[in-house]
Design a protein. Structure first.
Length: 275
């Protein structure tokens, strides 16, 4: 018969095996999600972000730019199930072959967006609309159970000091009507693989009673100015001669949190030569 010490040793070994199996299963799940969804995973401690993004259409001219839509999304979660820290800043840097054009595009003022409903801001600034998106959050109000929240994002062309920027109007009605504005500064880099850089600082009110789970944004606008067709975003597919596809560094994206952590990823995508 086994001794008490031997039985205790076997019990400890089984528990360790269970923990290792659970950890491997969790990591396998994360890797599986990334491979299936073509997403990039960034982690710091027990904090994870799944970044996704791409362009539409993927088929573009080789030697000239054509209108495109750019979409990005980020999903925040923790392996332990704890509340992730509040998001403070979002950065999106786009490949330097692309161009952002706002010539002749109407602008919207921040005062037209603050404390306004979705229908009100569309009535005031529809001509300046350059994108849409969504967000999902988990709200925790004092002395109340955690409540899921869902809202929509409208992105508008704006100016600050003569420079183009984006004002993102974030509006939701669950659990109560609320409106916030995220200003995205637009900068242009002269070097490196990325040219157009969008940096948005999240208002504290968005995370005062909760935490963000997912956010997405799609930028696209085609308009006419002085009889000529313009596209807010445009790009070519610069594949080498003789090839019909090219792999390129599509975007760099990052999220900075209230506890100082910054999670980022470089997204590489492919395009096809059209015609």
């Amino acid at each position: 018969m086994s001794t008490a010490r031997e039985r205790a040793a076997r019990l400890i070994a089984r528990r360790r095996g269970y923990k290792a199996t659970a950890l491997l299963a969790a990591l396998a799940l994360l890797v599986g999600m990334v491979s299936v969804a073509r997403a990039e995973l960034s982690a710091s401690g027990n904090l994870f972000i799944t970044f996704k993004g791409g362009i539409d259409p993927r088929a573009l001219p080789r030697d000239r730019r054509a209108p495109i839509a750019v979409w990005m999304s980020g999903k925040v979660r923790t392996l332990s199930g704890e509340h992730p820290p509040a998001i403070r800043e979002i950065t999106i840097a786009l490949n330097r072959a692309g161009r952002l054009d706002t010539r002749g595009l109407p602008t919207c003022r921040r005062g037209q967006l603050e404390a306004a409903t979705r229908s009100a801001v569309l009535a005031a600034c529809r001509d300046a609309l350059v994108g849409t998106g969504t967000y999902r959050a988990r709200s925790t109000f004092p002395e109340q159970a955690r409540t899921p929240a869902f809202g929509r994002i409208l992105a508008f062309n704006a100016k600050s000091g003569g420079r183009s920027m984006i004002l993102a109007h974030v509006y939701g009605e669950d659990p109560a009507p609320s409106a916030h504005v995220i200003p995205f500064e637009i900068r242009t880099r002269s070097r490196g693989p990325y040219r157009t850089v969008l940096t948005g600082k999240a208002p504290e009110g968005l995370s005062r009673w909760g935490y963000l789970k997912r956010i997405s944004l799609r930028l696209h606008r085609v308009y006419t100015f002085r009889g000529r067709r313009h596209s807010y975003l445009s790009a070519p597919c610069r594949a080498p001669r003789g090839l019909k596809e090219a792999s390129f560094k599509f975007a760099f994206t990052s999220m900075t949190f209230a506890d100082g952590r910054e999670l980022s990823a470089n997204l590489t995508r492919t395009c096809k030569v059209r015609g």
